[in-house]
Write a protein that binds this ligand. Structure first.
Ligand code: TPP
Length: 572
């Protein structure tokens, strides 16, 4: 039996068919037919954001936390262009976000019609795929394809642009089409069955295993690919079988438990000295699901000169892109790690681990006073028992959140790594909270990034989304101020930043708000935020000129860390 439906009804039906039940969006002229149809489909929950950028970040956070595609909706023109930063963020971090945008009617296309923007042209470089749907009877398959492209293989954002008259046009929705894949992607990891088989040749796997056996100073570097492939167990087994220490990149954090004796820490620009030193001394690096980007490698010419590289990676175009590889293994990280596991002998790497342990030095003092980022993060860890997801923004606090919290559970740290998008944390945390209703979600921001998307508190209140927000208020755009201090002779140009009274801001939104000015109040404030139902805001007035140490200066090698403020002595 077939039914004649409008394009808008087809959009709703096909989203349901594909297992989608949550949309983040904002209406407007060119998407009104879709919003007209939406109330007929109460199984599709719509969250009205306060800015379309937030819709894209929320969809991104939802996808990262749930393992399912996140969907955002916007109107044409300014609605669509407001999605751009969110789509670029998802693109850089490989998140399956599907954006549905309204477009002016087909007859108006190309005439500079009201709110007409070439969103396909704009988003082509920052999406995996973008498509303008030109016929209503192509709409259902366009959405199916969009979801497939977004989720399969290396995930990424896809945009579907739907002219208004395609939304109002009619087409048949028939037997054999509806509901076929309703449960299809629910809960499944992003990689499909085909890519779960390692496509790497057995001879390459054997070669890699021989290199692992022969290496005296091997390291594993785990990236976001481990989390996307849910390869936690295989990674742990490989490390334990071989005794090879594990480094987790910013996006690889929480791919490996931090309490594990083989966990070393984060590499790169703000990586620990012993981690970067181990990289520089290594004779073998097994990179899993990462792209060796410049924040990880520092000066490429001087990166791990003595190391051969085995690169396990889903996307063949990444292999050899930034670092030359001895063996490239293309495929799903879980399958490849599993295949390697069967080929490597048990070993300890004892001498090498002892050597790395000798590199470890006391953490350089980066802040004065007892209201330290470490104390705040320790309080969150203790008050939640580690059972929470941390979503960070971008800046100094992001590095503290990455380094000072001890992540034990898989995929419990979410941040914008590739694009480094300030304003990400608050809206992304809304998506995370809806994906994980049974645990607290903390959005941790600086006073700069928080002010970029703090309007979303209204969304949380209207929709009952219980995000706990922490603002690390240092009165500066801290990370930029740090660079100015180190590399621009302390010229603090445009980095002092005024904030509103956050307690009164919270009050205006009708949520609990608290200002913490001393270390003694930290635990109580965190506990109170957790105990109060719904969203809550805590402002921590941290030291104004605290710095993130160590730091590899831009362009320098991993062997050249700055460990103290210029003019101060390196701690012994
Ligand atoms: C959208 C956006 N604009 C500008 C930047 C450049 N940037 C990186 S970190 C930073 C400072 C962040 O300040 P704040 O949010 O207060 O966090 P803090 O570094 O003080 O922890 C800036 C401006 C960025 N990453 N994203």
């Amino acid at each position: 039996m077939t039914e004649l439906l409008t394009g808008s009804q087809i959009l709703c039906r096909v989203l349901r068919e594909q297992g989608i039940d949550l949309l983040f969006g904002y209406p407007g002229g060119a998407i009104m037919p879709f919003y007209h149809a939406l109330p007929e489909y109460p199984e599709l929950r719509h969250v009205l954001v306060r800015h379309e950028q937030a819709a894209a970040h929320a969809a991104d956070g939802y996808a990262r936390a749930s393992g399912r595609p996140g969907v955002c909706v916007a109107t044409s023109g300014p609605g669509a262009t407001n999605l751009v930063t969110g789509l670029a963020t998802a693109h850089m971090d490989n998140t399956p976000v599907v954006a549905i945008t309204g477009q002016v009617s087909r007859a108006m296309l190309g005439r500079d019609a009201f709110q007409e923007t070439d969103i396909i042209g704009i988003t082509q470089p920052i999406t995996k795929h973008s498509i303008l749907v030109e016929e209503v009877d192509e709409l259902a398959d366009a959405v199916r394809e969009a979801i497939a492209v977004a989720t399969e293989g290396r995930p990424g954002p896809v945009l579907v642009d739907v002219p208004k008259d395609v939304q109002t046009g009619k087409a048949e929705w028939g037997a054999g089409r509806g509901d076929a894949g309703a449960q299809g992607r629910r809960g499944a990891p992003f990689c499909d069955a085909a890519t779960l088989r390692p496509s790497a040749a057995a001879s390459d796997l054997d070669h890699a295993a021989r290199l692992i056996t022969a290496a005296e100073r091997p390291l594993i570097m785990a990236g976001h690919g481990v989390i996307l492939a849910e390869a936690y167990e295989e990674l742990r087994q490989l490390a334990e079988r071989t005794g090879i220490p594990v480094i987790t990149t910013l996006l690889g954090i929480s791919a490996f438990p931090e309490s594990h004796p083989l966990h070393l820490g984060m590499p790169g620009m703000h990586g620990e000295v012993h981690v970067n030193r181990a990289i520089q001394q290594a004779d073998l690096i097994i990179g899993v699901g990462l792209r060796f980007d410049d924040r990880v490698t520092g000066n490429l010419a001087a990166f791990a000169r003595g190391a051969r590289v085995i690169h396990l990676e889903l996307d063949p175009s990444e292999v050899g892109k930034n670092v030359p590889v001895a063996v490239g293994l293309v495929g799903d990280a879980r399958a490849l790690l599993g295949a390697l596991l069967q080929r490597v002998d048990r070993r300890e790497c004892g001498a090498w681990r002892a050597e790395i342990a000798s590199y470890v030095r006391p953490r350089p003092e980066s802040y004065r006073g007892d209201l330290s980022p470490e104390a705040i993060l320790r309080a969150i860890e203790e008050e939640t028992g580690g059972r929470c997801t941390i979503v960070s923004d971008v800046g100094q606090h992001q590095m503290w959140v990455a380094k000072l919290y001890r992540y034990q559970r898989p995929n419990s740290h979410i941040t914008s790594g590739g694009l480094g998008t300030m304003g990400f944390a608050v809206p992304a945390a809304m998506g995370v909270a809806l994906a994980r209703p049974d645990e607290p979600v903390w959005a941790i921001s600086g006073d700069g990034g928080f002010q970029m998307n703090m309007q979303e508190i209204a969304t949380m209140v209207q929709e009952g989304i219980p995000v706990k927000m922490a603002v690390f208020n240092n009165g500066y755009l801290g990370m930029v101020r740090q660079w100015q201090q180190f590399f621009h002779g302390r010229r603090y140009s445009a980095t002092p930043i005024w904030s509103p009274d956050y307690v009164r801001l919270a009050e205006a939104y009708g949520i609990p708000g608290r200002r913490v000015e001393t270390g003694a109040e930290v635990e109580d404030a965190v506990r109170e935020a957790l105990e109060r139902p719904g969203p809550a805001l805590v402002e921590f007035q941290i030291e104004q000129e605290a710095n993130v140490f160590p730091m590899i200066p831009p362009g320098a090698s991993l062997s050249e860390p700055i460990e103290a403020e210029p003019g101060r002595l390196v701690p012994a």
